[in-house]
Design a protein around this ligand. Structure first.
Ligand code: TXA
Ligand code: MG
Length: 383
C-alpha cells in the first residue's frame, strides 16, 4: 500500500501494510523539544494517552528503541508479543520515570537501592522479586521483575505523562537486530502499532546491562554500557552468568531472552580476529574468504572499523564501516545499523573484524558472537 498519507508539522501517518492492520503514526521529537519540557509534553500527549488506554507506542531510549505498553495491563502487554513475534516465555523490562516507583513493583533491597541511586536514570536494568501487581504476562511467569529507569528525555516524559509503568522490549521483530533509529522501527513495526516516537539515532546503541540482585550474589545476565567494574564500585563482587561466554550443553542463560539467536543478520557471519601485530594478516584472510565466496556465486559483506575499512573497498558486495576501533562507543552505536544494512544488501556471507579489548568489548563481543553464531577464525602470528 501507499507510503504515507499525511504529513503534519511533526507527524507522518503510515498506512497499514494490509487491510485489518492499523495505521502507525510517527511523531518527531526534535532536539529543541527534548530540552524544553513543556514542548516535549505537548508533543507526546497523544502517544501518552494511547499508552494509558492500552495501545502500543515505540519510543527512543538512550540504549535502543523500545516498544512500550502498559506493564500492568496483561492484554496490552500481550500485544507486544504479537507485534514482535516474540516467544511468550521471554519476560519484558518494566520502565519507570521515578526511582520511588521501584517499590511499587518489587521487593527492593539495599543493593538495588544503591545501584538505582548510582546509575538511574541510565542504561541499567535491575532484577528483583516481583510484587503481586505485576502480571505473569509481563514477567513470563517468573517470580522476579526487571526494572529500568531510562535517561532519554522523551522516554521519561512519555512514561511520566502516561501515568503507567511501561513494559518495553527492544522495538524490533524478534530475531532481528535491535532498532537504533526510528526508520528501523518503521521497517519492523509499521501497521502493527499505534505510534512511533522518532527521537533520531540513539546514543549508546546496545541494550542495557541487566543485573540480577534477587538472589544471594549479584549477577550480570546481559553485559552493556554499565560494566562489571562500574557495578562493583557500588556493591562489591558481581558475577557474570557463566552461560553467556559460550554455549555449553545443558547450561541455559538466566535471562530467558539471551538463549535465542538474537541479533542475527540474515547472512551467515564469521568473525576474524588476531591481535594488533597480525592485523595485516586478518585483513588478508578476510579478503581471501570474501573472494572465495564471491567466486562460488554468493553475495558477500565485510564489516570493519574506520581504521581498516578502506582496505576492503571493492572486495565485497557490501563493505560497511562500524565506528572507530579506538572509540568503542562508536562501534556499539553503529553495530545494529550495520547488521541491518547487510540484510538490506541481501548478502549470503559476512566477514567481520573482531573487537576484543578494553572498554565496551564485553558488551560488543556478546552481541557480535551471537550474531556470528560463535563462528570465529583466529589468526596467529606467522600463519
Ligand atoms: O536497553 C534495554 O534494556 C532495552 C530498552 C528498550 O530499554 N530493552 C530491552 O528489552 O532490551 P528486551 O525485552 O529486548 O530484553 C530484555 C531482556 C531479555 O533477555 C529478557 O529475557 C530479560 O531481559 N529479562 C526480563 N525480565 C527478566 C527477569 N525477571 N529475569 C531474568 N531476565 C529477564
Ligand atoms: Mg531485544
Amino acid at each position: 500500500m501507499k507510503q504515507y498519507s499525511e504529513k503534519k508539522m511533526n507527524k507522518t501517518v503510515y498506512w497499514a501494510e494490509k487491510p485489518g492492520d492499523q495505521d502507525t503514526k510517527v511523531i518527531r521529537v526534535v532536539k529543541e523539544q527534548e530540552s524544553d519540557s513543556e514542548m516535549l509534553s505537548v508533543c507526546l500527549r497523544e502517544a501518552a494517552r494511547c499508552l494509558k488506554q492500552g495501545g502500543l507506542v515505540a519510543f527512543p531510549t538512550e540504549t535502543v528503541y523500545g516498544l512500550g505498553a502498559d506493564a500492568l495491563n496483561e492484554t496490552a502487554a500481550k500485544r507486544i508479543y504479537e507485534a514482535k513475534g516474540r516467544p511468550s516465555d521471554n519476560p519484558l523490562i518494566v520502565h519507570i520515570s521515578a526511582i520511588e516507583d521501584m517499590d511499587k513493583l518489587a521487593y527492593v533491597n539495599d543493593m538495588a537501592k544503591a545501584l538505582a541511586q548510582a546509575f538511574w536514570p541510565g542504561p541499567l536494568t535491575i532484577i528483583l522479586p516481583k510484587k503481586e501487581c505485576v502480571p505473569d504476562g509481563t514477567t513470563g511467569g517468573l517470580g522476579t521483575v526487571a526494572i529500568r529507569m531510562p535517561s532519554h528525555p522523551a522516554a521519561l516524559e512519555l512514561i511520566r505523562q502516561s501515568g503507567v509503568y511501561v513494559a518495553a522490549p527492544s522495538a524490533n521483530t524478534s530475531g532481528r537486530p535491535s532498532p537504533t533509529k526510528a526508520s528501523h522501527v518503521v521497517e519492523d513495526m509499521r501497521g502493527k502499532i499505534e505510534y512511533i516516537v522518532d527521537g533520531g539515532a540513539v546514543g549508546i546503541g546496545i541494550e542495557s546491562t541487566i543485573v540480577d540482585v534477587s538472589g544471594e550474589k549479584p549477577m550480570i545476565l546481559r553485559p552493556g554500557f554499565i560494566s562489571k567494574h562500574m557495578l562493583e564500585q557500588i556493591i562489591g563482587d558481581v558475577e557474570i552468568d557463566p552461560a553467556l561466554s559460550k554455549p555449553v550443553d545443558g547450561m541455559r542463560p538466566k535471562a530467558p531472552g539471551m538463549k535465542y539467536t538474537h541479533y542475527a543478520p540474515k547472512g551467515e557471519m564469521t568473525l576474524v580476529e588476531g591481535d594488533e601485530g597480525v592485523r595485516g594478516q586478518v585483513i588478508q584472510q578476510i579478503k581471501e574468504l570474501a573472494a572465495e565466496k564471491q567466486q562460488e556465486g554468493f553475495r558477500v559483506g565485510i564489516m570493519a572499523p574506520k581504521e581498516t575499512i578502506s582496505f576492503y573497498y571493492g572486495c565485497a558486495d557490501a563493505v560497511i564501516c562500524v565506528g572507530d576501533r579506538n572509540g568503542q562507543q562508536t562501534v556499539a552505536a553503529g553495530l545494529y545499523a550495520a547488521l541491518r544494512e547487510f540484510d538490506n544488501a541481501e548478502v549470503d556471507y559476512i566477514y567481520a573484524e573482531s573487537f576484543r579489548g578494553e572498554e565496551l568489548s564485553d558488551a560488543i563481543m556478546n552481541r557480535l558472537l551471537k550474531a556470528a553464531g560463535h563462528r570465529v577464525i583466529c589468526v596467529e602470528r606467522g600463519e
